[in-house]
Design a protein around this ligand. Structure first.
Ligand code: NDP
Length: 484
């Protein structure tokens, strides 16, 4: 059985505790590798290594950092198939999805930030009449912590570490203990790409011990975190008294507003995808579907028909649309909402059962499930289920649709389907969400800011926003006398 190792100071190390955690393959329910159960001693080593590496790394030229990131990006693509199979095995997602989205995006993250840094600049402010020029500089923060979740493992892990590294920081990173494999493979890739020792340290283990040790460490200057809202709250409470810089990308309960005047076929096809891609385990999935009353019955019939045709199966099968959920506890959590659907006022229209896949009887499979609800206040519409479960509900007017969309504690993303330009403009400025898609879903340009409102988090990632987060802004005002 393969042992995953920590990557600290350019070396592959066993945990100080000599304790190991089981790593499960969701598609078979079997343990297939062991993960270091790291604790504060491993984090202390990693932070020390990062501190030692910082003076040199922060002074390397932009070109040097950029070219190392470029090499990492190329190496991810050269190893695409290995990473695809590893991601699908570790997470349960269809290999086809990892091949089309997760791994290419990890490569793009490094490539994008290798280029973005060459265009990142600061400002000068001339004090006219005083014969003075004030200028700003952006300096790396030092040692930063990056903590990522299990749903898009390599995609979100690299989305954080690429901007952190390229702007001159040294990193202590922890992937989710549920999906550590591609982060481990990445440590090899970064090592071989010539990243100096100590610049990137990847430590594996539980959130409550390894993650906790990162957020508590006084010398970690910033935390970039993606995960659940409750964990985000905990991190904020722990880190705020130490004045750490925080970027928190948290949960979502995203509305899909479907108006009768939309391009129906395109909407239907995309809505199936936005509901069930990655087994519904994407923070951006549209989990609350609101449909204009005049097309509600038609949509309900067509949507249920399409969803019931989705194939639940093993990640390696070409026919699989929906793979396995990420873990047994997560399967049980999602299933508990389905079991109580009626108590919560819902009616299951399709799905609702666990699935047994031949040859993989202990895997964590669940039918894509559509539940009709009559109120937006029910638990099914208010709590993040984060699985292949969506709710349907009709609305009569645009005002009602807006109220339903905003009637939730989260504010990550929203999708509007309409061909009415004025409505698009009105709604997209009134919906409380960091990202609004119109007649599309999950369209991403890496230059755009990404992040949520309300309980979906604080801060923005992406483009120059990420480089701003990972740098400290200094202002210098030389005295005019000194210049003369
Ligand atoms: P969690 O919050 O449980 O975990 C996220 C990461 O934090 C994991 O690496 C976890 O480690 C770690 N962690 C847990 N406890 C602590 C702690 N006390 N200190 C430091 N780190 C800790 O989220 P999930 O992994 O369950 O991911 C699903 C959630 O992520 C959903 O709510 C989803 O909406 C959200 N998400 C948000 C996105 C966004 O961009 N807004 C994008 C993707 C997902 P471990 O797993 O080892 O316990």
């Amino acid at each position: 059985m393969q042992n995953i190792l920590n990557y600290i100071n350019g070396e592959f190390l066993e945990p100080q505790s000599q304790e190991w955690l089981d790593n499960y393959e969701p598609s078979s329910g079997k343990v297939y590798s062991k993960i270091p159960n790291s604790d504060e001693r491993d984090i202390a080593l990693a932070v020390k290594a990062a501190e030692n590496a910082f003076p040199n790394w922060s002074k390397t030229t932009i070109e040097e950092r950029s070219s190392i990131l470029q090499r990492i990006s190329e190496s991810i693509l050269e190893n695409l198939e290995i990473l695809v199979i590893a991601e699908a095995k570790d997470n349960g997602k269809p290999e086809s999805l990892a091949r089309a989205v997760d791994i290419p995006r990890a490569a793009s993250n490094f490539k994008f930030f290798s280029q973005a840094i060459t265009q990142f600049s600061t400002n000068a402010h001339e004090s006219v009449g005083l014969n003075a020029v004030n200028y700003t500089l952006r300096k790396p923060l030092g040692v930063v912590g990056c903590i990522s979740p299990w749903n898009l493992p390599l995609y979100l892990f690299t989305w954080k570490i690429a901007p952190a590294l390229v702007s001159g920081n040294c990193v202590v990173a922890k992937p989710s203990e549920v999906t550590p494999m591609t982060a481990y493979l990445l440590s090899n890739i970064c090592h071989n790409a010539g990243l100096p020792k100590g610049v990137l340290n990847i430590v594996h283990g539980l959130g409550t011990t390894t993650g906790q040790a990162i957020i508590e460490h006084p010398n970690v200057k910033a935390i970039s975190f993606t995960g659940g809202t409750a964990t985000g709250e905990h991190i904020a409470r722990t880190a705020a008294p130490m004045f750490k810089k925080l970027s928190l990308e948290l949960g979502g309960k995203n509305p899909n507003l479907i108006f009768a005047d939309c391009d129906y076929d395109r909407m239907l096809e995309t809505t199936v995808r936005s509901s069930f891609a990655n087994q519904g385990q994407i923070c951006l999935c549209g989990s609350r579907i609101f449909v204009e009353a005049s097309i509600y019955d038609k949509f309900k019939t067509d949507f249920v028909n399409k969803v019931s045709q989705l194939n639940v199966g093993h990640p390696s099968s070409k026919d699989t649309n929906v793979g396995a959920l990420v873990s047994k506890p997560h399967l049980e959590k999602v299933f508990s909402y389905i079991e109580k659907a009626e108590t919560y006022g819902g009616k299951i229209l399709t799905g609702g059962n666990k699935v047994t896949v031949k040859g993989y009887e202990d895997g964590y499979y669940l039918e894509p499930t559509v539940i009709e609800v009559s109120s937006n206040d029910c638990k099914l519409n208010q709590e993040e289920i984060f699985g292949p479960v969506v709710t349907l509900m009709p609305f009569k007017t645009e005002e009602e649709a807006l109220q339903l969309a905003n009637g939730v504690r989260y504010g990550l993303a929203a999708t509007i389907w309409t061909n009415n330009l004025n409505r698009t403009m009105r709604l997209s400025s009134e919906i409380e969400a960091g990202i609004v898609w119109v007649n599309t879903w999950m369209m991403r340009d890496l230059r755009t800011p990404f992040g949520g409102m309300k309980d979906s988090g604080v801060g923005r990632e992406g483009g120059f926003e990420a480089l701003r987060f990972f740098t400290c802004l200094l202002y210098t005002s030389p005295s005019p006398r000194d210049l003369s």
